[in-house]
Write a protein that binds this ligand. Structure first.
Ligand SMILES: [Ca+2]
Ligand SMILES: [Ca+2]
Ligand SMILES: [Ca+2]
Length: 350
């Protein structure tokens, strides 16, 4: 009897143990299931954000297609035109849709994100820039040798056959000798490291400041003939193409009296060559002399446009709780003479 009780006690303890293990297993499975559910929820939110961002691209494209000012594009109204009484933030910022929102964003010259669209013609074109332009874009950082390497890569005939810029024997791939087809391609050019492309934290304060930025935000590979839009170009671009000492007054002129592009009322722009020359000859424009007028006329004739054709849409989808976001970047070219009026040149997701 005693033995039996002892036996049943052992069975009870074993049963309890088995039960305990089963409970542990069940809890474990339950925990994993809830984790899976959470992950699935995150994936769904991510998908929603992507769709919101896509909605932003669709909206921006429709604005690009109905641009009412065909003759100019400015920093504020770049590729599109605001209707009367319409504010840029109203049409592009925190646009709420079901289960989230999207914003269409562009960098401004001070490197801040603001609602809007940016053109590629504000940047220096790697496929057309001269050696001097490349050196002047990043004085001290783009050396003559690096500029020659860039020209050799795109197949520029000014680089001699036996120049070291054409020598890729030390690298696992050959010199391309053809125009750049993407921005990142520049990382393949001999001696161009990530620090030249992405910028580098020279003063070691933990961030890449405006004056430490790399080529990435200042160059492009798109745009007809590599021409620069004088109404949108960064000061750096204007300096590089030869406006040197006049670049800052041109940039200030565009902002108007309030020294900001945010307010449309007093913003100014140029429509033709004569506008620029008249301004540069005025006191506000620096009062340039006859010799400089001739030099600037050449630059205006060869390198300047007043409206743009290639536009970078950066669209950010945001979940309702603000925890998940997805950014899509699409570059479109306006094509007036074809059935398909916007041609997709590049698409990135991050
Ligand atoms: Ca326009
Ligand atoms: Ca820094
Ligand atoms: Ca202004």
């Amino acid at each position: 009897m005693w033995t039996k009780r002892n036996e049943s006690g052992t069975i009870l303890i074993m049963t309890l143990w088995i039960l305990a293990i089963l409970i542990l297993l069940a809890v474990g499975i339950g925990f994993r299931a809830s984790l899976d559910l959470k992950l699935t929820g995150y994936k769904i939110d991510e998908l929603k954000c992507r769709l919101l961002a896509e909605a932003g691209i669709v909206l921006a494209k429709s604005r690009l297609l109905e641009d009412g000012t065909a003759e100019i594009d400015t920093l504020y109204e770049c590729g599109f035109t605001l209707d009367e009484e319409e504010e840029i933030s109203e049409i592009f910022e925190d646009i709420e849709l079901k289960e989230g929102s999207f914003s269409i964003l562009a960098f401004d010259e001070e490197d801040l994100f603001r609602p809007g669209i940016a053109d590629e013609e504000r940047r220096l074109n790697l496929n057309f820039a001269t050696k001097e332009m490349l050196i002047d874009l990043f004085p001290g950082r783009i050396t003559e040798a690096l500029a020659e390497n860039i020209l050799a890569w795109r197949g520029d005939t000014s680089i001699p056959e036996h120049s070291s810029a054409r020598d890729y024997s030390e690298l696992p791939y050959e010199l391309k000798g053809e125009p750049f087809e993407s921005l990142e391609e520049i990382l393949l050019v001999k001696d161009i490291g990530p620090e030249v492309f992405y910028g580098e934290d020279l003063d070691e304060d933990g961030k890449v400041d405006l004056d430490e930025k790399g080529l990435k935000d200042y160059v492009t590979v798109w745009g007809e003939g590599g021409k620069v839009n004088i109404n949108t170009a960064t000061q750096r671009t204007l300096e590089a193409i030869g406006f040197s000492d006049s670049a800052d007054v041109l940039v200030a002129y565009r902002k108007g009296d309030d020294m900001s592009i945010e307010d449309t009322e007093d913003n100014r722009y140029f429509i033709k060559k004569e506008d620029v020359l008249n301004f540069l000859q005025s006191a506000e424009g620096g009062g340039i002399g006859a010799e400089e007028v001739a030099r600037f006329t050449t630059i205006l004739d060869n390198h300047i446009i007043y409206k743009s054709q290639v536009f970078r849409i950066i669209s950010e989808g945001l979940s309702t709780d603000g925890k998940v976001r997805k950014t899509l970047t699409a570059i479109y070219q306006k094509q007036d003479d074809s059935g398909e009026r916007l041609k997709l040149l590049s698409f990135h997701e991050n």
